[in-house]
Design a protein around this ligand. Structure first.
Ligand code: C2E
Ligand code: MG
Ligand code: MG
Ligand code: MG
Length: 284
C-alpha cells in the first residue's frame, strides 16, 4: 500500500506504515535477544476433573517478560516467532522447561505423582527430525514416566496420511507420550483421519464452550464432540470455561475434564506450586 509520491516518482510510506515496520523490526530484534536475556517464562494453567474440581495436570503456556512492554501473551509474539522460525527454538525451550519443572514438582510432592503436563508443539516442530530424540532424552534425564507428558498439536498436524509429521507422532506415541489434538472442532481434519490416529485426547475449542448455554447448535456440537471422543476412547478436556453455568452444561453432556479462568488462569510456577501444596492427590 505504498503511496506513490506523484511526479518525483519516489515511493514513500506513510508515517503509520513506517512506524509499524519499525516496531516489527524492533520486536524481531528483541525476540532474538530474549533467549540470551532469559526473558521467556512458562506459566501453568490447571486442568481439573469437572465433577470433583480436582486438579489433574497443567498446560504449559509461554509468556515473554519484555523489558519495556511488560508480560506479553503468545498472541503478541508467536506469529513473529513462527514467521522467523524462532518458534522451533522457543518450543524446544518450553518443552525443556516444562519437563524440568514437572520432575521437580513430582519430587517435591510424591503424593502427586499422577500430575501431568501438557505442552504445545507447533506443527513445524513435528516435522523436524529432532523432536523424538529430544523428548526421549528429556524423559530419561528427568526420569519421567512418558505418559505424564502430553503434547498438544492442532488437527492440521495429522491428516491421516504418511507425512513426516505423522511419522513423528507415531514415534512419539511409541515412546508412550500422550498426544492431544488442540482446538478440536475448528480445524479441517476429516473424521476418517481419526481411524488410524495416534491421539489419546481432544481439547474442545473454546468457541463451543463460550456460548454453550445460549447457542443450541454449539451445545449440540459440544455433545457430539463428547460422544465422538467417548466412542474413540479419547479423553476430552474443554477449554475456556469461565462460568459455573458453562461448567455445569459441560458436566451435563458428560465432558470429564476442563480448563479455564473459572478454575485459574495460567500461573507463574511459584503460584502454581502453592496450589499443589494444597492438593491431596491426583485423580486418574
Ligand atoms: P491454546 O493451546 O489453545 O491455549 C489455551 C489458551 O486459552 C491460552 O491462551 C489460555 O490462557 C487461554 N484460556 C484459558 N482459559 C481461558 C478462559 O477461561 N477464557 C479465555 N478467554 N481464555 C482462556 P494463551 O496463553 O494466550 O495462549 C494462546 C495460544 O498460544 C495457545 O492456545 C497456543 O496455541 C499458543 N501457545 C501458548 N504457548 C505455546 C508454546 O509454548 N508453544 C506453541 N507453539 N504455542 C503456544
Ligand atoms: Mg494448547
Ligand atoms: Mg486450545
Ligand atoms: Mg489455540
Amino acid at each position: 500500500r505504498a503511496k506513490s509520491a506523484g511526479k518525483s516518482g519516489y515511493v514513500v510510506f506513510d508515517a503509520g506504515m513506517h512506524e509499524q515496520a519499525l516496531s516489527r523490526l524492533q520486536l524481531e530484534t528483541d525476540l532474538r535477544l530474549a533467549f540470551e536475556r532469559a526473558e521467556f517464562r512458562v506459566h501453568y494453567q490447571p486442568i481439573v476433573e469437572l465433577a470433583s474440581g480436582q486438579l489433574v495436570g497443567a498446560e504449559a503456556l509461554v509468556r515473554w517478560q519484555h523489558p519495556r512492554r511488560g508480560l506479553l501473551a503468545p498472541a503478541e509474539f508467536l506469529p513473529l516467532a513462527e514467521e522467523t522460525g524462532l518458534i522451533m527454538e522457543l518450543d524446544a525451550w518450553v518443552l525443556r522447561q516444562a519437563c524440568g519443572q514437572l520432575a521437580q514438582w513430582r519430587q517435591a510432592y510424591p503424593a502427586l505423582s499422577g500430575l501431568s503436563i501438557n505442552v504445545n508443539v507447533d506443527e513445524r516442530q513435528m516435522v523436524s527430525p529432532g523432536i523424538v530424540d529430544e523428548v526421549l532424552s528429556l524423559l530419561r534425564k528427568h526420569r519421567l514416566p512418558p505418559d505424564c507428558l502430553r503434547l498438544e498439536v492442532t488437527e492440521t498436524a495429522f491428516r491421516g496420511g504418511r507425512g513426516q509429521a505423522e511419522q513423528r507422532l507415531m514415534a512419539l506415541k511409541a515412546l508412550g507420550v500422550g498426544l492431544v489434538v488442540d482446538d478440536f472442532g475448528t480445524g479441517y481434519s476429516s473424521l476418517e483421519s481419526f481411524a488410524a490416529s495416534p491421539f489419546d485426547a481432544l481439547k474442545m475449542d473454546q468457541v463451543f464452550v463460550r456460548d454453550i448455554q445460549t447457542n443450541a447448535r454449539h451445545r449440540a456440537i459440544a455433545r457430539t464432540i463428547n460422544s465422538f471422543a467417548g466412542e474413540l476412547d479419547l479423553t476430552l478436556t474443554a477449554e475456556g470455561i469461565e462460568t459455573t453455568g458453562q461448567r455445569d452444561a459441560l458436566r451435563e453432556i458428560g465432558c470429564r475434564f476442563g480448563q479455564g479462568f473459572l478454575f485459574a488462569r495460567a500461573l507463574p510456577p511459584e503460584q502454581f506450586e502453592q496450589m499443589l501444596s494444597g492438593t491431596e492427590g491426583i485423580v486418574g
